[in-house]
Design a protein around this ligand. Structure first.
Ligand SMILES: [Zn+2]
Length: 448
């Protein structure tokens, strides 16, 4: 049965008469419920109506975009077509770091509400900070709710988050994205600094049904549960964000807990960019909130099957307009989805540039190293592969039992086979593989 919104009129529970705020949210959900079925053409037409509003605003109220877009032949009156849009230079992280003041609007329309700050930690580069509005937040929450509705979540079930930046606490309700519209059950939040053992005990104690965390953390938990024979009979679904999800992780969650993984592609500075299709393992772009481009090395749009750089335009942030922002992720474009939704498809989110392997012939590729393939997987607690030089890979390991020369040779052979190149491979044994401050873990990264 569909969830019934919270009614705020005494004596009336069905159909609900929600609060003004919930009603506004539901009016967006009604629209999103319909626009998802629009054709790709209809979506693009309306995206460009919004792009034109955004660009006009950016040109007229920020020094940065005024200069940049005028130089690209666009002024406040130009009608921007998809072809013309491709000529706008990409916005880089460095631009935001050094020129945030000039990028930020001096005339945010009043209806956009309060201006707040959004920070993105970045795993390697400097953190960035931009401004956003209540209107942006409103869309953020709408896409969050869309994810719940797409995946038909039962809001009465216990919900948990294990992530950075939260205090350990129990709440009576899920959180504002859902609770301001629908009645919900309890939620619990745990900081990811807690050990894996503590996390598992905490999940058991709270009898959590929906769990949100990072793929690398879920992987460690699932491995631990499998090894120790710990069942989480209450767990019904895992939600992930922040890192790349592999088929291997999905398989691991099925084996450990008999649950499916539902992934989201989001960032602190943009919000939701793509959500997993309710019926398939790939993603739909949130075209009502972002214009997401996947570009090849020459800056042209990629075709289905191709992998390219992700470039994002946030359609609704009128505080710090984000126009053609190179977010430093790579994704593979997918063919239209058989589910019938017109929202564009991303087949896979690949990760960041540093997760690409540089080949001695100058090409780059995405390596696929999964845990299960190692010949001595049962001896390995954790593994990370780092490209230190153009022909050298270092395998960093936390092991339960020492590896033999044969084990190392087996790993080397698999790495060379997967990489399709006879890399030099060395081994480094450590007590723990430290995670960066934002807890995003890279199974593979390149320092070259
Ligand atoms: Zn679909």
């Amino acid at each position: 049965m569909d969830a019934i919104p919270q009614s705020t009129i005494t004596g009336i529970s069905w159909p609900a008469l929600p609060s003004p705020e919930a009603s506004a949210r539901l009016s967006i959900m009604y629209q999103l419920g319909r626009t998802q079925w629009w054709s790709a053409e209809a979506l693009e037409t309306n995206q460009f109506r919004q792009v034109n509003r955004l660009v006009r605003h950016a040109v007229s109220s920020t020094r940065f975009y005024h200069d940049r877009l005028t130089a690209a032949g666009i002024d406040g009156h130009t009608e921007i077509t998809p072809e013309m849009f491709l000529k706008i230079p990409l916005l880089q992280r460095g631009d935001i770091q050094s020129r945030i003041k000039e990028m930020t609007s001096t005339a945010v329309p009043q209806g956009h509400g309060r201006i707040g700050v959004a920070r993105s930690s970045g795993s390697t580069g400097q953190p960035i900070q931009i401004y956003s509005t209540s209107a942006s937040q409103f869309f953020w929450m709408a896409f969050s709710l869309r994810d719940h509705l797409w995946h038909k979540r039962d809001f009465s079930r216990p919900y948990a988050e294990i992530r950075v930046g939260v205090e350990n606490r129990d709440d009576a309700r899920w959180g504002p994205a859902v609770s301001r519209v629908f009645p919900t059950g309890p939620a619990a939040r745990l900081n990811i600094k807690e050990s894996i053992d503590t996390q598992i005990r905490w999940l058991q104690k709270h009898r959590i049904y929906y769990l949100l965390s990072y793929p690398s953390n879920i992987r460690e938990m699932a491995k631990k549960c499998l090894e120790a024979g710990i069942l989480l009979p209450d767990l019904g679904q895992v939600r992930t964000f922040g890192e790349t999800v592999s088929d291997e992780l999905r398989d691991l969650c099925r084996r450990a807990w008999n649950v499916e993984v539902k992934d989201m592609y989001s960032s602190m500075e943009i919000g939701y960019m793509a959500l997993q299709c309710p019926d398939h393992g790939h993603y739909h772009v949130m075209s009502e909130g972002v214009l997401l481009e996947v570009l090849d090395d020459a800056g042209n749009p990629c075709k289905p099957g191709d992998i390219g750089r992700v470039v994002i335009t946030d359609l609704h942030n009128f505080a710090t307009p984000m126009i053609r922002y190179e977010i430093l992720d790579y994704a593979q474009v997918g063919a239209p989805c058989p589910c019938g939704r017109g929202l564009p498809v991303l087949k896979r989110i690949m990760g960041r540039q540093r997760n690409m392997m540089k080949m001695p012939d100058g090409t780059r590729r995405w390596p696929s190293f999964g845990m299960r393939q190692w010949p001595c997987a049962e001896k390995i607690n954790q593994i990370q592969i780092i490209q230190k030089e153009i022909d050298l890979l270092v395998v960093r390991l936390v092991v339960k039992a020492p590896l033999t020369a044969t084990d190392e040779q087996g790993i080397t052979a698999i790495i060379r086979e997967r990489a399709e190149y006879p890399f030099r491979v060395t081994f480094e044994y450590v007590d723990v593989i430290e995670k960066p401050a934002n807890f995003k873990f890279d199974l593979f990264f390149s320092e070259v």
